[in-house]
Design a protein around this ligand. Structure first.
Ligand code: AMP
Length: 281
């Protein structure tokens, strides 16, 4: 199993594959890998001749220093999980210096307003950090296909916008959300929850599922009101937002039109911030 920490080493390894016309699939991650990440890798393995996985905790996308500091870093265990899935996967795990060259700042991006909604509104600078690192990684790996989870649905839409605006010839593939048996969306941050918190966090998906049921016959306001009330009944959860938004624009929906909608939620459980979403129609 090959792990590269330098761009040059990775590129030298990929060069003969590029020359042979091998399709490269790419799965960017921040590590602390779980089955959700592995499902993205499985999809890449099925659709490409070679799969590259990056493991890099990107400092510029963290607006909360404590979140960055506490983010789990488990490279050995991650490499082991990847090897168990497929020892042919190439890992790229650079240090911050290798990616930022002493200048750990973001570029500024205009994602046609996608960046101002939800996560963008609550995490200033977050999507500039995401755009910056994804562009750098895409330029290094130069994949044909890149895989992103619907768990971070807003990020998925923003990455699609990034490749469109930067004229990058990369196909962005959205992958379904992997969940724990109790419905909690898998996340590296779940590791910071106690076992009781992890059990209690199942209510987040229950609320999303109930919101979907209600969306079929209730107004958008009524569904939002239901979710608010339900979160109030669970004081251990502090929602930052619960939004019903248009899938394409991510703008809050007011009246139902003939469009695709999703419910999005960000919630604090103790000092751990969790996000989730569900398709409503
Ligand atoms: P992260 O390591 O959290 O930056 O995630 C790396 C990629 O895995 C992103 O595209 C995420 O959307 C995706 N991902 C994370 N959690 C899940 C999940 N539970 N199901 C599907 N994809 C996920």
């Amino acid at each position: 199993m090959l792990i590269f920490s330098k761009k040059a080493g990775l590129n030298a390894h990929l060069a003969p594959y590029r020359e042979a016309g091998t399709t490269i699939g790419f799965v960017p991650t921040m590590g602390a890998l779980h089955s959700g990440h592995l499902s993205l890798m499985a999809q890449s393995l099925a659709q490409n001749g070679l799969t590259v996985v990056s493991i890099f905790v990107n400092p510029t996308q963290f607006n909360n220093p404590e979140d960055l500091e506490k983010y789990p870093r488990t490279l050995d265990a991650d490499a082991h999980r990847i090897k168990t899935l497929d020892a042919g996967i190439i890992i790229f795990a650079p240090e911050v210096e290798e990616m930022y060259d002493g200048n750990t700042v973001s570029s500024h991006y205009d994602f046609d307003g996608l960046e101002h909604q939800m996560e963008g509104a609550h995490r200033p600078g977050h999507f500039d950090g995401v755009g910056t690192i994804v562009k750098k990684l895409f330029e290094i790996v130069r994949p044909a296909n890149a895989y992103f989870g619907e768990k971070d649905f807003q990020q998925l839409q923003i990455v699609k916008k990034l490749v469109e605006k930067e004229h990058m010839d990369i196909n962005i593939v959205g992958c379904p959300i992997s969940r724990e048996p109790n419905g909690l969306a898998m996340s590296s941050r779940n590791e910071r929850l106690s076992s009781e918190e992890r059990t209690g966090a199942a209510i987040i998906y229950k609320i999303l599922q109930e919101a979907r049921q209600r969306f079929a016959h209730e107004s958008i306001d009524a569904v939002k009101h239901y979710a608010e009330k339900e979160f109030k009944a669970h004081p251990e959860l502090t929602p930052e937002y619960f939004e019903i938004a248009d899938e394409a624009t991510l703008r809050p929906a007011v009246l139902k039109e003939n469009r695709k909608y999703r419910a999005f939620v960000a919630v604090f459980l103790g000092n751990v911030r969790l996000i989730d979403n569900i398709s409503l129609n």
